[in-house]
Design a protein around this ligand. Structure first.
Ligand SMILES: Nc1ncnc2c1ncn2[C@@H]1O[C@H](COP(=O)(O)OP(=O)(O)OP(=O)(O)O)[C@@H](O)[C@H]1O
Ligand SMILES: [Mg+2]
Length: 425
């Protein structure tokens, strides 16, 4: 899939998801409003019924009552202006609410209609809760003399959560929509990952073809010369051609081997032949292998091996390859005479090996990709340092196979330090 196509798909997908989420939100809102209206309506009807009955008990004309008012979202008042028996009011409220399935806790109060003071208040728990009847009522002494007249007020402190609970179906459907969104996001991330890997692989194949072509061409030319003019060539030139063929062939072999090694790791056929290995000896040996290249560039390698526990249970060959890969990078990515320092130290988890160079360094933003297979820090179109982007992914795989760990610290133009931690025997 082309980059453009993926971008279009991504944008369309995001638009679709946003639209889906918005529709869901609009419906949630509508559903909430409808539930709330239904709740308010039931309360109003119930309170009207209660008022009518209380008024007829107080022998007042029912028509004298003002309609039930909703003062706030969860606060309802019925102006009775009549003497009312609190017990009777409480009983009627419970009855009427039960009839309408209003199974929610509430507080009701009787207010003196003349000065609006609270004369009686009671908390009633939701019927399904175990605390029947709720808290003890608040009773205030009434003025002696005049016959008190009351208004009835009811508050539902948990109205919002009650309505939200009633919207059970909507929560399931919202959950389903969110699942779709999550699944979609996951799929998109996977596609982008695959896309990146395929780009890296394409780069790798171009790179590989190029790298293989050079020795093949050189070998071809040299053997052509030998075939046509071997008899007439002086001995020293003859031997130069032989050496060239030999070294180019070595280069080819090494390259093919590295690719094969990676392919083996990919198919998880990595078989480790573990034995007890002295890590310091391994480091010294690997360092020596690099010496000829360092001498050519007037570079130096300093070993500062301070760890005291150096025996590890490991496949010496693979660990040496991994160490070499890091030294190889330290040398390759140092444009001036390479200065490499290898140090070891005892740490809680085993032994810590640091490989530090003063080379080109790696920008922070690229560091998290370093251990990905085929990854090379982008340098525009020209890579003047050759490589396949396999070394560090191999290092990581080998470290993990040995229950170890690799990390990097680097600053651009200042140098890089790779740290390995391996468990010791
Ligand atoms: N010491 C270092 N200093 C600066 N950049 C580094 C260093 N080591 C690795 N890198 C960056 O990380 C990339 C990945 O390194 P890795 O060893 O995996 O691949 P490579 O060296 O490009 O190729 P290969 O090791 O397969 O021959 C390199 O291309 C380079 O950009
Ligand atoms: Mg490398």
């Amino acid at each position: 899939m082309s980059r453009r196509k993926i971008q279009v798909i991504l944008v369309l997908a995001c638009v679709a998801l946003v639209a889906l989420l918005s529709v869901q939100l609009v419906w949630l809102n509508k559903a909430y409003n409808a539930q709330e209206r239904a709740f308010n309506h039931s309360v109003q009807v119930a309170l009207t019924q209660v008022s009518d009955q209380l008024l007829s008990k107080a022998q007042k004309p029912v028509t004298s009552a003002r309609p039930v008012q909703q003062v706030a979202s969860n606060f309802f008042v019925a102006e009775l202006n009549a003497p009312v028996d609190p017990t009777e009011a409480s009983k009627l409220l419970q009855q009427e609410f039960a009839k309408r399935q209003l199974q929610e806790r509430y507080e009701f109060g009787l207010y003196n209609s003349l000065d609006d003071t609270l004369m009686f208040g009671q908390y009633i728990a939701a019927p399904q809760k175990s605390v029947v009847g709720g808290k003890a009522p608040v009773i205030r002494h009434e003025q002696v003399g005049a016959v008190p007249v009351y208004n009835l007020a009811v508050v539902f402190p948990g109205k919002t959560s009650f309505i939200l609970k009633e919207m059970e179906f909507w929560w399931y459907s919202t959950g389903a929509v969110l699942l779709v969104v999550l699944f979609f996001g996951y799929t998109m991330i996977q596609i982008l990952r695959e896309k990146r890997l395929s780009e890296l692989k394409t780069d790798f194949i171009n790179n590989l073809t190029h790298e293989l072509q050079t020795p093949i061409t050189n070998i071809g030319l040299a053997s052509e010369v030998l075939r046509k003019r071997a008899e007439t060539l002086p001995a020293d030139r003859l031997s130069r051609y032989h050496d060239l063929i030999h070294s180019e062939n070595e280069r080819l072999r090494a390259q093919v081997e590295r690719v094969l090694q990676m392919a083996t790791m990919e198919s998880r056929e990595l078989v480790l032949r573990k034995e007890t290995v002295d890590l310091h000896a391994l480091l010294q040996q690997t360092g020596q292998n690099l010496t000829p290249r360092l001498q050519q560039r007037a570079g130096q390698l300093r070993l500062d091996l301070q760890a005291t526990h150096t025996l590890i249970h490991a496949d010496g060959l693979h660990v040496a390859n991994a160490l070499y890969s890091l030294l190889d990078n330290a040398e390759k990515y140092s444009p001036q005479a390479p200065e490499i320092e290898v140090s070891t130290r005892d740490v809680e988890q085993g032994i810590l090996i640091s490989i530090r160079d003063k080379g080109i360094g790696i920008k922070q933003e690229f560091q998290k990709f370093l251990f990905d297979k085929f990854y090379r820090v982008p340098t525009g179109n020209v890579h003047n340092v050759k490589g396949f982007g396999l070394g560090l992914s191999y290092v990581k795989a080998i470290m993990e196979a040995h229950h170890g760990h690799v990390s990097v610290e680097s600053a651009e133009q200042q140098g890089t330090c790779f740290r390995l931690v391996l468990p010791v025997n």
